[in-house]
Design a protein around this ligand. Structure first.
Ligand code: MLT
Length: 256
């Protein structure tokens, strides 16, 4: 195992762990300080972050508002900063990159600092910032994030970003994919009802994730904007092995 950016700890053998799933960030009332949290926003914020980290970005600073992002970039004050994100899934005027993972190539992001704001994903991350360990999950790194979360030895809360405060099917399927990988590592886990639902859904559709997503509101919205290639990209499983982690305001790869 490579050097960890911070110490994820060791699981205690024989201990039953719990996996809880939240359909939206707004539905989390729990104190997260003793949990490892995985935030998921498949379409597209956490897929973008995973891709950027895989392609060598130095760090990602998530912020809630466009103005905050601009101020932060000004404070950082050097030309290596990239302003990134979306509003209503569209590019933000004057920002360097939109919320399309296809833009986050190694040529574009390697060695750079990203300041990122999205409608749902970055806000869900900021909601969970008190977590003991906060990991960024997507289908792209489902196995890697499952392995890292399990190695923390804490109960796991998976928080789906959702879309505009509502449940989003793409996130629930991704949560099911991550849960299924955690169970492959260690089957002794307590799953809450939504975690069980996500796992059943994923198991039913894992051979064709596009099928249940065809009528999904967020998928239709992105398709209407001509972003079909982004959807195809984000639905690939386990093509990346990085685990972006949030610590002290910054996201970096857990495996330095
Ligand atoms: C978000 O974080 O709100 C989403 O990723 C929106 C999008 O797909 O651009």
């Amino acid at each position: 195992m490579r050097f960890l950016w911070y110490n994820l700890g060791r699981p205690e053998r024989g201990l039953d762990m719990a996996i809880e799933l939240y359909a939206t960030a707004g539905s989390v009332e729990k104190d997260l300080r003793n949990c490892v949290v995985i935030v998921v926003d498949v379409l597209r914020a956490t897929s973008v972050m995973t891709t950027a980290v895989q392609n060598g970005v130095r760090s990602i600073i998530p912020v809630s508002e466009v103005e905050e992002a601009v101020d932060m970039a000004r404070q950082l004050g050097n030309q290596r900063v990239l302003l990134c994100g979306e509003r209503e899934a569209k590019p933000i005027p004057e920002f360097h990159l939109s919320n399309s993972p296809l833009e986050y190539t190694a040529d574009m992001v390697s060695g750079r600092v990203m300041v990122m704001t999205t409608t749902n994903g970055t806000r869900a991350i900021l909601r969970a910032r008190d977590a003991k360990h906060l990991l960024i999950g997507s289908l792209l790194n489902a196995s890697a994030v499952a392995q890292a979360a399990r190695s923390c030895g804490e109960n796991i809360a998976i928080i789906c970003a959702g879309t505009y405060g509502k449940f989003s099917l793409d996130d629930i399927l991704c949560a099911g994919a991550i849960i299924s990988r955690i169970l492959e590592i260690d089957g002794k886990q307590y799953l809450d009802d939504l975690a069980r639902t996500a796992l059943t859904l994923y198991d039913s559709y894992k051979d064709d994730l596009r099928a249940p997503l065809a009528g999904c509101a967020h998928v239709q919205r992105l398709k209407a904007l001509g972003m079909e290639k982004d959807i195809d990209f984000c639905l690939q499983e386990d093509i990346m092995d990085v685990v972006p982690c949030y610590l002290d305001g910054v996201i970096r790869n857990a495996y330095a």
